[in-house]
Design a protein around this ligand. Structure first.
Ligand code: RUB
Length: 316
């Protein structure tokens, strides 16, 4: 039988690849929703074909960007929910699993926001990097408690996700100062917290986030400014429990320089890593929907929630 991946699923995969859909939480939500669409729209006539289609859809979504573990965690969750002896059972159970995942995603963001807000005091100034919906959830919860905050936002070259953050903070009524990335250290004395998101968290408490996060964290430690990572628990990378490492995505050089500019300066090698690794010793707290944790203890939570889960059901 012909295995048909729905065009809507291919479109979501393309949008993740081109970063039309980006940020670890949004990617996970879009991937789970795309599997839901595949389940609803599938014309498979046998359970085997249905399962093969869902796995093919999951592979297409998986093979887009390698760093945010929220993507494979979302796919694994939905595919594990794909149970049943008939196509209709498989369909309804898959849809229910996708709905459950998206629901939990939303709830965990709200719960995390409440925890993060407790760290923020009236009059505090935060510095942030990139665009993290988890960081914004903390700020939003604090603002709702009547705390007045201000923010210094790093533009986050090369793709300027800081502009998205600036816009969202403005919508929340938080005054924003925008700086270039290299100005961060100069302004660290003026901030009370560095708050960033995460794409993956490793078993040793290392945080993988947008390139530039680790330098920011090292500088913040030098200045005595606490570094808080806001991340739902589906950012925990279960494979790191068994020695896997997190793949750092290398993106196209065209994000940094045009072919003409490159030729004009002598054709240098250009590299464009999208993420970096911040070691746990530079991180003061990881704020999750389950409360806040010192990075060194995150492994306990990882074992409790995931076990040593390294299955890749989309490859079965
Ligand atoms: C986004 C990024 C964000 C995390 C957390 O990188 O590094 O800080 O994904 O975001 P990119 P969230 O723009 O390359 O996807 O808290 O929304 O999950």
């Amino acid at each position: 039988p012909h295995i048909r991946v729905r065009p809507e699923v291919r479109r979501v995969a393309d949008d993740i690849g081109t970063m039309e859909i980006r940020g670890a939480a949004k990617i996970a939500d879009a991937a789970a929703s795309a599997l839901r669409t595949q389940a609803v729209e599938s014309e498979a006539e046998t359970p085997e074909t249905f399962r093969a289609e869902l796995r093919a859809a999951a592979r297409a979504l998986h093979d887009t960007r390698p760093t945010a573990v929220s993507l494979p965690n979302a796919l694994r969750y939905v595919l594990h929910g794909m149970e049943g002896a008939t196509v209709e059972d498989l369909r309804s159970n898959t849809v229910a699993a996708a709905d459950r995942f998206c629901d939990r995603l939303e709830r965990s963001q709200t719960d995390l926001g409440a925890v993060g807000a407790n760290r923020l005091k009236d009059g505090d100034r935060i510095m942030t990097h990139c665009h993290s919906t988890a960081v914004l959830a903390c700020v939003e919860a604090a603002v709702e408690q009547g705390k007045e905050l201000t923010a210094i936002v790093k533009e986050t070259r090369p793709r300027n996700q800081g502009h998205i953050t600036a816009e969202r903070l403005h919508e929340l009524g938080v005054p924003v100062t925008l700086i270039v990335d290299s100005a961060a250290r100069r302004y660290l004395n003026d901030v009370d917290h560095v708050m960033v998101g995460a794409d993956s968290i490793a078993a040793d408490g290392s945080v993988i986030n947008k390139i530039g996060t680790s330098g920011l964290a090292v500088n913040a430690r030098d200045r005595g400014t606490p570094v808080v990572v806001a991340a739902q628990t589906f950012k925990l990378h279960p494979g790191t429990l068994t020695g896997q490492s997190v793949d750092i995505e290398m993106r196209d050089e065209s994000e940094i320089i045009s072919p003409e500019e490159k030729a004009a300066i002598g054709d240098p090698t250009v590299v464009n890593p999208a993420f970096d690794v911040t070691p746990p010793r530079y991180i003061d707290a990881i704020v999750t929907e389950r409360g806040q944790f010192p990075p060194e203890s995150i492994v306990m939570l990882m074992r409790e929630l995931f076990g040593e889960q390294t299955t890749e059901p989309w490859l079965e």
